[in-house]
Design a protein around this ligand. Structure first.
Ligand code: CO
Length: 134
């Protein structure tokens, strides 16, 4: 059911510094910053040969990233994203197996214009997991 690793998301306290590090020090191709108000983030995509890194900066009043950065002021890995072919089928299977889906349980459109859902970290070995339909 789970396909490729689509991205690893890293919360950062300073998006410009983090972007410059990936671009200039690590030699990666990086995107322009993109603000996603409905997700409460500004994101920069770092392209790697086999996956992507998403650098996340809080945006707005109740960003889900703000509390994470309050606990991890230097930044840290916020979530991993796995690809699925059919997000509703995946959701129903995972819920039937006892995993909790965050929010309303209905997919939202994510940073790549595709439907996404998040699974409760307590049900996934302490890791926030995003599913993206590709
Ligand atoms: Co993500």
């Amino acid at each position: 059911m789970i396909g490729r690793l689509n991205h690893v998301a890293i919360a950062v306290p300073d998006l410009d510094t983090a972007t410059a590090q990936y671009r200039d020090t690590l030699g990666c191709e990086v995107s322009e910053p993109q603000t996603l108000p409905e997700h409460g983030v500004t994101v920069v995509f770092v392209m790697l040969p086999n996956t992507k890194i998403e650098l996340l900066l809080p945006y707005g009043e109740d960003s889900p990233i703000a509390s994470y950065l309050a606990k991890n002021p230097a930044g840290g890995i916020h979530h991993v994203c796995y690809e699925v072919d059919d997000i509703l089928a995946a959701r129903d299977k995972l819920k039937a197996d006892g995993l909790r889906v965050l929010g309303s349980g209905e997919p939202k459109i994510g940073a790549h214009g595709k439907p996404v859902l998040f699974l409760h970290p307590k049900d996934m070995n302490g890791t926030l997991v995003e599913l993206e339909q590709v």
